[in-house]
Write a protein that binds this ligand. Structure first.
Ligand code: DX5
Ligand code: ZN
Length: 236
């Protein structure tokens, strides 16, 4: 990257690559070798490790519990970005905090008192995120902007990897970019679901700065992870 001459399109590409953060979702990793997979995406240039926690109730799939998060914790020094798709969520927040999560993201529909749940996360010393489903309006998160470190815009319905990007997420990202900038607070704007190099570019143009990508990161096996991540950042 340092060898790149300043000016022109390459310079723009370079700036974009630096600003974007990539959070591979380990939902698309080889579950029989999860520790190695976390090490591999860490070496390949990931910025966060995105962990999708599903309970077979809030979403129609079952995945990872706090024991697995704790077992993976020693395999990477990157922040663990833990996306909780479970209801009720409150009883499990302390367990995932203890297991080694750095960011805990919850859905407003997963408990009766969103503000209280966010306070709990921050009282445990963790970063707090709110995830908005495709049918959940941007307005849901505006009253709690002062309590959060991340907004996650779901660009698929939560539950499974490998789904197609829902284009209405782009307008939500744009509205949230304005709201976050107006707040003056350092809040990550993350998009999750159906991210490919093409939809990544659209999400970044709309104002996202963290891209969750499962299928697009893990496609092709370990030899491809670094290239897959580079292309998500807008590189070639
Ligand atoms: C969906 C999860 C996503 C999912 C993304 O419920 O929150 O993180 O794993 O997978 P891809 O990138 O394959 O759409
Ligand atoms: Zn997720």
């Amino acid at each position: 990257m340092n060898a790149t001459a300043p000016g022109g399109a390459r310079h723009g590409e370079q700036r974009m690559q630096q600003a974007v953060r990539i959070a591979p979702s380990i939902l698309s990793a080889d579950f029989a070798r999860l520790g190695e997979e976390v090490q591999a995406i860490t070496r390949a240039g990931a910025d966060y490790i995105h962990v999708d926690v599903m309970d077979g109730h809030f979403v129609p799939n079952l995945t990872i519990g706090p024991g697995v998060v704790a077992a993976l914790r020693g395999h990477s020094t990157l922040p663990f970005d833990v996306h909780l798709m479970i209801a009720p969520v409150d009883p499990y927040i302390p367990l995932f905090a203890t297991a080694g999560a750095d960011i805990l993201t919850i859905h407003p529909e997963a408990g009766p008192h969103l503000h209280r749940s966010l306070e709990l996360i921050r009282a445990l010393g963790k970063k707090a995120g709110v995830a908005l489903n495709p049918a959940t309006p941007v307005e849901t998160v505006l009253p709690v902007l002062d309590e959060i470190d991340l907004v996650l815009v779901m660009s698929v319905n939560p539950g499974f990897g490998g789904q197609s990007f829902i284009a209405s997420a782009l307008a939500k990202i744009k509205a949230l970019r304005r709201a976050i900038d107006d707040s003056g607070r350092a809040i990550d704007l993350e998009v999750d679901g159906g991210i490919t190099p093409e939809t990544a570019a659209a999400a970044l143009a709309a104002g996202a700065d963290v891209l969750v990508a499962g299928t697009a990161t893990f496609r092709g096996g370990g030899a491809h992870y670094a290239g897959n991540i580079r292309r998500l950042r807008g590189g070639s």
